[in-house]
Design a protein around this ligand. Structure first.
Ligand code: ADP
Ligand code: MG
Length: 367
């Protein structure tokens, strides 16, 4: 897949309500054809970004460009975007077909063309048999598919989805995640999808934009965010992670030392010039994932430390061990993920263990 051209760009976009700033100079480029997820905790500004793009709110400053053209002042009904909301926003008095075709009938397209396109859109979301039903006769997942068909039928350049799955129960949400992703692949329309759920983001997105408190903290592929978080917030927010505070030491062979309560650790700084260049003695965190941590073997000479198993929690295919490590005064609680089948029952609480992680699996974030 090539998503190389930018479809939509926000430049230094700010938004204040009264004197309260809620977005602080957002720069964001959405590539044509990608599935871009905006991820952040409640109140971080996700909905505001969508409302600015959709034209529901004016920018306070900055600009929005579509194909390079400034559309900051373009009225909402001229923007080639459609929004899917969490609460579906279907018309209760119209049938499924009536809801899906609504956007075309207000544009006075010929009835025959409307009928054809409605049938196509309903087939796409696998609701062909439900054309004559009313929204009240559908399940939550089916209503959300109607809302999606209604958004896609106008052939928008960009579909804006604001936590569209948040009202569904877990099982249905998983199904809808796969369904949305497959539809997006099929129609190749650009999706801007908002969620506060990082698992949902990891599973669906080509790229993820992480927001906190009105700022974009990082934009990258799920893989980049998971393995190369660029700040403490992303390292903590995105997946489970072990963060151990320390001060930076020397750099050698793409690894940098950090002195912590667990002793001197080595972490990868390859391809991360800002971490190679940071001053010696600067405050930072060593970050390593629960699955990177393991019982040390004789061959492990770096990043070895001892600890005590505090808890072992079975979670289906994996088992999570909690380990207390470091001295009394600087106790660290670490997570270690074990494969349940192989090693899940190999540990008991209060057992003493020597652990290690490979330097290449350790990362640094500045404090
Ligand atoms: P999210 O969608 O990430 O939960 P929002 O974009 O809805 O966040 O809100 C970001 C911030 O802007 C919040 O602090 C929220 O209280 C504030 N906010 C949103 N809409 C308004 C409004 N119409 N008037 C005043 N403050 C608002
Ligand atoms: Mg919101």
């Amino acid at each position: 897949m090539s998503h190389n051209t930018d479809l939509l760009t926000l430049r230094s976009a700010t938004k204040s309500y009264g004197s309260v700033p809620v977005l602080h100079g957002i720069d964001l480029s959405i590539r044509d054809g990608e599935f871009l997820t905006v991820l952040g905790p409640s109140g971080s500004g996700k909905t505001t970004v969508l409302r600015l793009i959709g034209g529901l709110e004016p920018l306070t400053s900055g600009e929005i460009r579509l194909d390079g053209q400034d559309i900051s002042r373009m009225p909402i009904n001229k923007r080639p975007f459609n929004t899917v909301f969490q609460d579906y926003a279907l018309f209760p008095h119209l049938t499924v077909a009536g809801n899906v075709g609504y956007g075309l009938s207000v544009r006075h397209l010929p009835r025959k063309e409307i009928a054809t396109r409605v049938a196509e859109a309903l087939d796409l979301v696998q609701l062909g048999r439900f054309a004559e039903r009313f929204p009240s006769q559908l399940s939550g997942g089916q209503r959300q598919r109607v809302a999606l068909a209604r958004a896609l039928i106008c052939r928008p350049r960009l579909v804006l989805l604001d936590e569209p799955l948040a009202a569904l129960d877990l099982e249905l949400r998983r199904q809808m995640q796969e369904f949305l992703k497959s539809i997006q692949r099929e129609v190749k329309t650009t999706f801007l999808f908002v969620t506060h759920d990082q698992e949902e983001a990891i599973g669906m997105a080509d790229r993820i934009c992480v927001m906190e408190a009105g700022y974009i903290r990082q934009l990258g592929s799920p893989h980049e965010l998971y393995y190369r978080p660029n700040c403490e917030f992303v390292a903590r927010f995105f997946g489970e992670n072990n963060l151990v505070a320390g001060t930076l030491g020397s750099v050698q062979d793409g690894l940098r030392a950090i002195d912590t309560a667990l002793g001197r650790l080595l972490c990868s700084v390859e391809g991360q010039p800002h971490l190679q260049a940071a001053a010696t003695g600067a405050a930072a965190f060593a970050a390593f994932r629960p699955e990177a941590l393991r019982v040390a073997s004789a061959g492990d000479k770096d990043n070895r430390f001892s600890g005590t198993i505090a808890d072992v929690a079975f979670a289906g295919s994996s088992t999570m061990a909690t380990i207390a490590a470091g001295g009394e005064a600087s106790r660290q609680r670490l997570k270690m993920r074990l494969a349940s089948r192989v090693e899940g029952s190999a540990f008991t609480a209060a057992e003493n263990v020597t652990l290690a992680f490979a330097p290449r699996e350790g990362h640094l974030v500045l404090a």
